[in-house]
Design a protein around this ligand. Structure first.
Ligand SMILES: [Fe+2]
Length: 196
């Protein structure tokens, strides 16, 4: 148990140091494509320290996926989480409304990126087109600006374990927009921006 407690303390220190780096990067320049890229490199470096994130400390989900808070800032700050997705877990194309950065600890998750191609004037209707894809696996990550659109799928036969940094904590998330390209439809979840 002593060793596990040590790992938890080391993990907490590493997450705190990471968040301090995030703030020192964005305090000067704000959230821009280049600062988001810098945050991705820092999160990939943290995720490479797999010894800090032993699966013994994070129970597997019973189905689909599970998210563990690592460092959630107070008020309107950022949220850093460990995420586990079981093989085959999928998410349809969606826009979080807030930037995010992902990096893999283990396993593989395929991210496909899209852009919206309609003018947004017809309520409930939307079309999207694929613009790229990234395999998030150990040594790599991905980054999204506030209104980028992605879909995800855990591929292979192992769970995908990763780190996720969001501009806002999940409990204070804005509305997430879900796209259903096969029906050219779109719907938005309720914002949690004023819930907490
Ligand atoms: Fe997402």
């Amino acid at each position: 148990m002593a060793i596990r407690a040590d790992v938890a303390a080391q993990r907490a220190r590493a997450c705190k140091a990471f968040m301090a780096q995030v703030h020192s990067t964005t305090a000067k320049e704000g959230i821009t494509p280049s600062t988001l890229h810098a945050l991705k490199l820092k999160l990939v470096a943290l995720a490479k320290r797999a010894d800090l994130f032993p699966l013994a400390d994070f129970a597997m989900p019973d189905a689909q996926g599970r998210t563990y808070p690592l460092l959630v800032e107070e008020n309107d700050g950022h949220g850093l989480y460990l995420t586990i997705g079981l093989p085959g877990k999928e998410a349809a194309p969606h826009d979080h409304g807030i930037w995010c950065v992902n990096a893999a600890v283990s396993g593989q998750e395929q991210h496909v990126f899209y852009r919206r191609t309609d003018d947004g004037r017809r309520a409930g209707s939307a079309t999207i087109a694929k613009v790229g894809e990234v395999m998030v696996e150990p040594g790599s990550g991905m980054v999204m600006a506030d209104h980028d659109i992605h879909s995800t799928e855990v591929v292979g036969d192992r769970p995908a374990v990763g780190l996720a940094l969001y501009g806002y904590a999940l409990a204070r998330f804005p509305s997430v927009t879900w796209f259903h390209p096969e029906f050219t439809s779109v719907r938005a979840t309720l914002s949690r921006r004023h819930a907490a």
